[in-house]
Design a protein around this ligand. Sequence first.
Ligand SMILES: NC(=O)c1ccc[n+]([C@@H]2O[C@H](COP(=O)([O-])OP(=O)(O)OC[C@H]3O[C@@H](n4cnc5c(N)ncnc54)[C@H](O)[C@@H]3O)[C@@H](O)[C@H]2O)c1
Length: 272
Amino acid sequence: MNNLLKGKKGIVFGALNSDSIAWKVAEKCHEQGASLVLTNAPMAMRMGEINALAEKTNSPVVGADATSLEDLKNLFETAQAHFGGKIDFILHSIGMSVNVRKGRPYTDLNYDFLTKGWDVSAVSFHKVLQTAYQMDALNEWGSVLALSYMAAQRTFPDYNDMAENKAYLESVARSFGYHYGVRNKVRVNTISQSPTPTTAGSGVKGFGGFLAYAEQMSPLGNATAEDCANYCVAMFSDLTRRVTMQNLYNDGGFSNMGVSNLVMAQMEKAAE
Ligand SMILES: NC(=O)c1ccc[n+]([C@@H]2O[C@H](COP(=O)([O-])OP(=O)(O)OC[C@H]3O[C@@H](n4cnc5c(N)ncnc54)[C@H](O)[C@@H]3O)[C@@H](O)[C@H]2O)c1
């Protein structure tokens, strides 16, 4: 334990079960000395698994649908009352596409589904930031992170409308990063994570293939949820104060690869 987050107070969105990236982030932040408030959509909370994390990290759980401004306002009020002051960091770890869930292909999207998924996965990040900004709920040098995926830059056919949601999410980090930086020295970034076996991840068609392909393409292999949690700790700590408005790859090198010898060997076999 290095106490990198000693005395810091954070809100962690999106811990559904022990596979969730947010779950690992909460555990690591707690290990590093942070105090936490955990939050998830009321429906996810009914599954109850988050209570084990709450106990382990000694944190209260506050339900909030991240698309509801009323819920977010209540969350920030409750968290500040609990902490007895402002907040130092926020993790937005939320993603859901109704089109993916219902098996609608990208060339036959339902636009009501698209709008709902966009609101949950991308606009909610703006709503979280705007609520915190308007309530002046974050301390100077605070740090806000959301989790993204490489499909924002490159095409992965079955990632579907989540690709646009991630592009929007990354853009919000840049735009809000400006305003929050100027006013409160708060930094806003996204971490673009390797495919990771979680409930949301496994919902993507052909996820096993995604995972294996990325593993074989990346010189360091796929970043795990635990790797992501360690990166989040670094980004919430005072060691990264002037990193802002960035999309940061935590992907074992995947994003800069063309092809690897492992993948080439399989292509050569296929060409025989
Ligand atoms: N798993 C991957 O392969 C992968 C890769 C890159 C990025 N990400 C991103 O990481 C983040 C976390 O996903 P995960 O993989 O840990 O899966 P997960 O299913 O464990 O987490 C997704 C969370 O979003 C929450 N959520 C959904 N709708 C919500 C709402 N309206 N309000 C509040 N919360 C809501 C769910 O309850 C759940 O806790 C997502 O943004 C995801 O896109 C995942």
